[in-house]
Structures are given as structure tokens and as C-alpha cells.
Design a protein around this ligand. Structure first.
Ligand code: TXA
Ligand code: MG
Length: 352
């Protein structure tokens, strides 16, 4: 594409199935920000958009988020409209310190201890909501999800805005979460007021979501905080909500289709001898001990589970541009592998 002016957003293919935002509009919305030392002026500008009820996409350590003032129902409503997100799927409130949770949720010693141990970091804690939290955030549930991200830009934005920031991942609903600013622009360019571009994120998969609103702690979504670390901290195995768990103690988001590229995803297990690929297939995974089997148009291989996790969604977005199907290696289940499995399984299930 001509006239790209340094932006990476182009493709070798002529007909793109994805919607691409025109470059000049993209240019004006993307604002570079130093990851480690976000400059005051930029953060003030972003915060004033939040305070006025606008939408700012910002980096976290997990994925980019689409932020609005979490106390402003109209602003929160814009998030749902921009993403095409079902209104029954509640949002996470992002805080700049555990103190920010006071006045939003009913806190007990266990929740406070978990916040102190895991924040800032990729752990979202679901707790009983106080009436101050708009129902647009909780989607009418009696609980609220809270998280303090481990990213200087995210923390500076929350601080400068002076409010909790409601933010889902900054992708169109159902698409892979964005791990860099270009992916945000490609999905949401028209709908977002500003995109803070601090480069690629670290973890690449979303936060782990636990429900600590009841007697036992439940795992609602595996993510950046390993289950093993949580079980060690809580001193007990953490269950996923079984079929008998009340609807209120599940993650509504897990009911909806998620993380899917625009082409089908097929799962490959390393003990399967052969991948029956066509010359239109792309491969993503670790593929221990060997090259890529013949037949693949493109392959994106990683040398660790962590790099597979941080590269999965970007690989989906890259491969969908010139492959007609994607074959994803099924990883081991330990550490970040549990979250990787979850995202790959959902990407590969058309109705999940
Ligand atoms: O890493 C992350 O968590 C990213 C970054 C931006 O912070 N955010 C993110 O948000 O992944 P989202 O909206 O894409 O996913 C939040 C998940 C959804 O599955 C939602 O249903 C669940 O958290 N959730 C939010 N509030 C909840 C609540 N009160 N009870 C149960 N689940 C809740
Ligand atoms: Mg999401």
C-alpha cells in the first residue's frame, strides 16, 4: 500500500478480508510513548480524554486495553459499542494501587493479601461490588473485577485520570487480543480517540481471572499468572467453576466466541506424526526438534512457552493475512501453557 509513512500496516495481498483503517487517520491517533518513562504531556492529554468521557487504548503487561472512565456509565457504554461487545460481558476496573479497590469492592483479608502478593501483575480478582460501581461495568452482576496492571504507561494513565479505568482488551469482540498498537488501530481505529503506543507487550495473553467473592477461590480464566503460583499462595487447589457452580460465579466472557483469526485454526499435538497441511496453511507453535513439515506456506516458531504465549496473537494476525488456515501446536499445560491452551482451544472452536 502506498503512502504508509513508516507505519507497518500493509499487506502483500491485494484483497484483505480484515478492515484496515486509512493511514492518515491512524497516524493522528497513534501517540508514541516511552514505555519506562511516559512523558507528562502525553499522559495529561490521554487523561483529559478519559476525564471527558472518551476512549484511550493503552498498553498493559498482558495485552492492550481499551480504556474509559470506569465511573462514567456513558463512557463505559462507548467501549461496548466500539468493540461490538455483548452487553452481558462485564469489564475489569484497572487501578493504580490496591488502595484504589477501597470504595469499589467488599475487601477481606484474603483479597487484600492476594493484591499485595500479586499486584501489580496479571491477576484480576472478582469481589463483591459496592453500589458505587456502575452496572454498565458489572453487566448487572453483584461482583466487580479488579486489577492493577504492571506497566508504567497504564499506571501513569490511571493516576493522571484520577479514576479507575474500565478496560477490556482493545480488539473487536471475538478477535485475538492486540499485543501491539497497530493491532488496536486495525480493529478499532475509527472508534478510539487515542492509542498510546509503547511497543509490543510482554506477556501477550490476558490476565488470570479468579473469583474470590465466595468461600472458595475459583479460576474463571487462566492467564498471565500461573495457576501453580495461586495454588501455592492460597494453599489449596483452585477449582474451575464446575457445571454445578452458580451462574453468578462464572466468567460471562468465557461464554462468547473469542480470540479467533479470520481463518480457521486447527490444533496439532506433537505426538501426531504428520501435519496434513496444504500450501495455504500457516503453522504457529514450538515444534521441538525439527523443521516445519512440507506444505506450509508460512511458519512462526518459538523457542519457549513464554515466547509462544507472547507471540500467539500477533502470529494469528500475521498468518491470517496470507494463509487460509492456521495449524497451532498444542502446548504443555504447565505455567503459561494452561492459558495458551485455553486461547488456542477457543480460537479453534467456531462456536466456543
Ligand atoms: O489482561 C487483561 O485482563 C486485559 C487487560 C486489558 O487488562 N483485559 C481483558 O479484559 O482481558 P476482557 O474484558 O477482554 O476480559 C475480562 C474477562 C471477561 O471474560 C469477563 O467476562 C471477566 O473478565 N469478568 C469481568 N468482570 C467479571 C465479573 N464481575 N465476574 C466474572 N467475570 C468477570
Ligand atoms: Mg478480551
Amino acid at each position: 500500500m502506498q503512502n504508509a509513512r513508516g507505519l507497518v500496516w500493509y499487506s502483500e495481498r491485494r484483497s484483505l478480508k480484515t478492515k484496515v483503517t486509512p493511514v492518515d487517520r491512524v497516524d493522528r491517533k497513534l501517540t508514541k510513548v516511552d514505555r519506562r518513562r511516559p512523558d507528562r504531556d502525553t499522559m495529561e492529554k490521554a487523561a483529559s480524554i478519559i476525564k471527558e468521557g472518551g476512549l484511550v487504548a493503552f498498553p498493559t503487561e498482558t495485552v492492550y486495553g481499551l480504556g474509559a472512565d470506569g465511573m462514567n456509565p456513558a463512557a463505559v457504554g462507548k467501549i461496548f459499542a466500539a468493540k461490538g461487545r455483548p452487553s452481558d460481558n462485564p469489564l475489569i476496573l484497572h487501578l493504580s494501587s490496591p488502595d484504589g479497590a477501597l470504595g469499589l469492592a467488599r475487601l477481606d483479608g484474603r483479597a487484600l493479601a492476594a493484591m499485595r502478593a500479586f499486584w501489580p501483575g496479571p491477576l484480576t480478582i472478582v469481589l463483591p461490588a459496592l453500589s458505587s460501581v456502575p452496572r454498565e461495568v458489572t453487566a448487572g452482576l453483584s461482583t466487580v473485577a479488579l486489577r492493577m496492571p504492571d506497566h508504567p504507561v497504564a499506571l501513569a494513565l490511571i493516576e493522571a485520570s484520577g479514576c479507575p479505568i474500565a478496560a477490556p482488551s482493545a480488539n473487536r469482540s471475538g478477535r485475538p487480543s492486540p499485543t501491539d498498537a497497530q493491532a488496536v488501530v486495525s480493529d478499532l481505529g475509527d472508534a478510539v480517540d487515542l492509542v498510546l503506543d509503547a511497543g509490543a507487550v510482554d506477556i501477550g495473553l490476558e490476565s488470570t481471572v479468579i473469583d474470590a467473592s465466595g468461600e472458595d477461590v475459583l479460576l474463571l480464566r487462566p492467564g498471565g499468572t500461573p495457576l501453580e503460583a495461586l495454588e501455592e499462595f492460597f494453599g489449596a487447589p483452585i477449582k474451575t467453576p464446575g457445571s454445578g457452580a452458580p451462574e453468578a460465579r462464572r466468567s460471562p466472557g468465557t461464554r462468547h466466541r473469542h480470540y479467533a483469526p479470520i481463518v480457521p485454526v486447527r490444533i496439532w499435538t506433537p505426538c501426531d506424526a504428520l501435519i496434513a497441511a496444504t500450501d495455504k496453511s500457516g503453522f504457529v507453535g514450538r515444534l521441538r526438534g525439527g523443521g516445519v513439515p512440507p506444505g506450509f506456506a508460512r511458519a512462526i516458531c518459538f523457542d519457549s512457552a513464554e515466547s509462544y504465549a507472547s507471540g500467539l496473537f500477533a502470529a494469528f494476525r500475521a498468518l491470517e493475512r496470507d494463509c487460509s488456515e492456521i495449524v497451532a501446536e498444542w502446548p504443555e499445560a504447565d505455567g503459561v501453557g494452561l492459558a495458551l491452551r485455553d486461547r488456542i482451544r477457543r480460537a479453534a472452536s467456531p462456536d466456543a
